[in-house]
Design a protein around this ligand. Structure first.
Ligand code: HEM
Length: 462
């Protein structure tokens, strides 16, 4: 078979290619590429050749079937100053070893043990909520999921330092955005204000992480969280992870483990506010299954609508909306030749809204996840957690956390969007609401008034 020289794509400017549309209007640029140029669309970011791959079979080819031919793309260079050589950014044998080590903490039975901590953390968060209050629920969810990751994976409380963690995350995203916008790439050693900010962010985050490691070392009690497993793990030759490696992994898990789940919950709450009939149905299901009692991990299989809301929210607003790879050899995709070193983008934002795979793709319809319908989808038509060997290690953790948290919140509260607050998307690495999501809270009445004080009301008085 003769391969076309290269896939079709939009016109490009001489120096910058399509950098302008990519950095200024990404969430429209990507679907437009797919619509106008098909399943493999070619474009350029400065001198860097790129393709957007839009068909589930081709995505499966890259992430699953031929994953050995691909590594993480250049974009991860921007994350490396912060994440170091952690699980998200490392490659090859080193990645394999770290993944094996961390996997034990994410086995289904181990994750189930984190359930009570997740529910307890949610109750702590809800303690501060007041009837009629306006709140930025995205900021609240960021705080809550950080609390959960720190408690479950590190056996620690970092809520007093959540500002430092969040600032560091913002520092990284800003540095990433600025470097991307730069038309002429600067050498790695070249000092820039954004690099200095990113460095300050790492220093702040390292303080938090070193405290976690030091506390674990001092504490001799047997524990089985991720941090102690990593601290005690030994290679065949008896060697252990160095403090620097430990710090890389801790920063990776703190950051990767909280912001994506916070986004899933924030978008779920936002969509439910826009669709009060779905919120009412969800609350009816929760009331029927749980009454006033708190959910446990054993309830999850019956909390179907909560699960479907979470899945549908990640379909419409996938937190990791763009996944990238780079072929280490020349490859063929969809009949086109893709040279080694091309950046390959695959976007859940685009594929999840493709009418070939989802009916009425722009509509929020949690019921599309009921029954056998999901099994009829092509394998990678829905991939909020990626796929193949590098699929999100925290996917089971995140699903369980999202369903439990959404259930506890909807059991106790209703909410509406603040009318004039425009919700804008900020697509840098993840799909964030630019100015948060402001809602007005309404406390729900207890189903069984005699038990209200015991389980439904917050523990502090107003
Ligand atoms: C709804 C929440 C989440 C979403 C949407 C999400 C999404 C993703 C995606 C798409 C990837 C693959 C990236 C790629 O292939 O380039 C990934 C990897 C990863 N995620 Fe998540 N994630 C979530 C929650 C979590 C949680 C809760 C943790 C940890 C507690 C976590 C830790 C990681 C790590 C360490 C990796 C790298 C895995 C590897 O390369 O071996 N994530 N995540």
């Amino acid at each position: 078979m003769t391969l076309a020289r290269r896939p079709p794509g939009p016109p490009q400017r001489f120096f910058t290619g399509n950098l302008h549309e990519f950095t200024r209007d990404l969430l429209n640029f990507l679907p437009r590429l797919a619509r106008e140029h098909g399943d493999v669309a070619w474009f350029r970011l400065g001198r860097r050749p790129c393709v957007l791959v839009n068909h589930p079979d081709l995505i499966e080819n890259v992430l699953v079937k031929n994953h050995r031919n691909f590594i993480k793309p250049f974009a991860f260079d921007f994350a490396r100053p912060v994440l170091g050589n952690g699980l998200l950014t490392s490659e090859g044998e080193f990645w394999k070893r770290q993944r094996r080590l961390a996997s034990a903490a994410f086995r289904a039975d181990r994750i189930a043990g984190y359930g009570p901590d997740m529910v307890a953390a949610t109750l702590r968060q809800l303690d501060g909520w007041r009837d009629g209050q306006t709140r930025d629920i995205h900021a609240n969810m960021m705080h809550l999921t950080l609390d959960i990751v720190a408690h479950t994976l590190f056996g620690a409380d970092v809520t007093s330092q959540s500002h430092e963690v969040d600032e560091s995350l913002r520092g990284v995203l800003r540095a990433f955005g600025e470097s991307f916008n730069r038309i002429i790439p600067l050498p790695k050693w070249f000092p820039t204000p954004s690099k200095r900010r990113a460095q300050a962010a790492v220093t702040g985050l390292n303080r938090v992480v070193q405290r976690l490691i030091d506390e674990q070392r001092r504490d001799n009690r047997p524990r089985n969280d991720l941090l102690s497993m990593m601290l005690n793990a030994r290679d065949e030759d008896g060697s252990q992870m160095t403090d620097a490696q430990m710090a890389d992994e801790c920063r990776t898990f703190l950051l990767a483990g909280h912001e994506t789940t916070a986004l899933t919950l924030s978008w779920s709450l936002c969509l439910l506010a826009k669709h009060p009939e779905v919120l009412a149905a969800l609350q009816a299901e929760i009331d029927q299954i749980l009454g006033d009692r708190l959910p446990t991990v054993d309830d999850i299989p019956r909390l179907k609508l909560a699960e479907h809301v979470v899945l549908e929210s990640m379909r419409l607003f996938p937190p990791a909306f763009l996944i990238g790879r780079e072929p280490t050899v020349d490859v063929e995709l969809g009949g086109f030749a893709i040279p080694q070193g091309t950046t390959i983008f695959m976007s859940p934002w685009v594929v999840h809204r493709d009418a070939r795979f989802f009916e009425r793709p722009e509509h929020f319809e949690p019921q599309r996840w009921a029954g056998d319908r999901p099994a009829e989808l092509p394998r990678m038509a829905y991939f909020p957690f990626g796929g193949g060997p590098r699929i999100c290690i925290g996917n089971g953790f995140a699903m369980m956390e999202s369903v439990l948290l959404l259930t506890v919140i909807a059991q106790r509260w209703s909410w509406q969007l603040v009318p004039d607050h425009a919700i804008k998307l900020s697509p840098v690495f993840t799909l964030r609401p630019r100015n948060g999501i402001q809602v007005v809270l309404a406390r729900r009445a207890a189903r069984d008034p005699s038990r209200a004080g015991a389980s439904l009301e917050p523990s502090t008085s107003e």
